[in-house]
Design a protein around this ligand. Structure first.
Ligand SMILES: Nc1ncnc2c1ncn2[C@@H]1O[C@H](COP(=O)(O)OP(=O)(O)O)[C@@H](O)[C@H]1O
Ligand SMILES: [Mg+2]
Length: 226
């Protein structure tokens, strides 16, 4: 079977004054449909940069990015943002929820550009909140929720568009260890239901729970447990 995602010789450089900083040096990676990958490595090793390139939030300096048959290497902003909102779901360390929106509205908002009615958006959002165990918190705003609950809302938001891939950057970075474990358990359930997940973490205990662990060091993949 051909891979879902195929990165070939991805490089990312920044110019800092006159000198060039190579953040990704030569990264090639294939992600299969149904993979559950953890990207692990020291702070500054390039994990977020790589995830953001996969997520079309950032663009490589060179190399090729194929998603199924779609070549995203040279895609313009419009194509990349449309691809992003239809195909990918994001989970961030800082949750990135809208403070004055309820949990329900935070989740339903992700469906705004899908051309469906408000009542359907809300019923789908409620269904996802139920899935993450927060049906009875639907009318709460983020400040009325615990950290773990906020992260569950953001996982519901990531799933509500039924994306092909979930990209999670340090999703347990702001949570205590018991809460982290419950979030990882939720991601495992989502993976077992068939979703492809790529998780960035610097926590080996979290990383080990994925099906496949990729180790990054200084802008390179140095080991892949595949
Ligand atoms: N916009 C930027 N401009 C310059 N350097 C950057 C930029 N973004 C990231 N970097 C540098 O790239 C390196 C990798 O960063 P990052 O991908 O965030 O690492 P990680 O997520 O593994 O901690 C770091 O040295 C960081 O300072
Ligand atoms: Mg990072």
């Amino acid at each position: 079977m051909s891979p879902l995602i195929k990165l070939t010789s991805i490089k990312k450089d920044y110019m800092i004054g006159q000198s060039q900083l190579s953040v990704l040096k030569n990264v090639s990676l294939s992600v299969e449909q149904g993979d559950f990958i953890s990207l692990v490595g020291a702070s500054g090793s390039g994990k977020t940069t790589l995830l953001n390139i996969i997520g079309c939030l950032d663009q490589a300096s060179s190399g090729e990015y194929l998603f199924e048959t779609i070549n995203l290497s040279q895609a313009n902003d419009k194509k990349r943002s449309s691809f992003r909102s239809h195909t990918l779901g994001f989970v961030f360390q800082q949750f990135n929820l809208i403070p004055h929106y309820t949990a329900l509205n935070n989740v339903a908002l992700a469906l705004t550009y899908q051309g469906i009615s408000k009542s359907e958006r809300e019923s789908r959002a409620l269904c996802l909140l139920e899935k993450v165990g927060l049906k009875d918190r639907a009318t709460h705003t983020p400040s009325e929720l615990s950290g773990g609950e906020r992260q569950r809302v953001s996982i519901a938001r990531a799933l509500v568009t039924n994306p092909k891939v979930i990209l999670a950057d340090e999703p347990t970075g702001n949570l205590d260890s018991a809460t982290s474990q419950s979030i990882i358990a939720l991601l495992k359930t989502i993976h077992n239901e068939g979703k492809t997940i790529i998780l960035v973490t610097h926590d080996m205990g979290v990383a080990k729970q994925a099906k496949r662990t990729i180790y990054m060091k200084d802008g390179l993949i140095v080991e892949d447990s595949k």
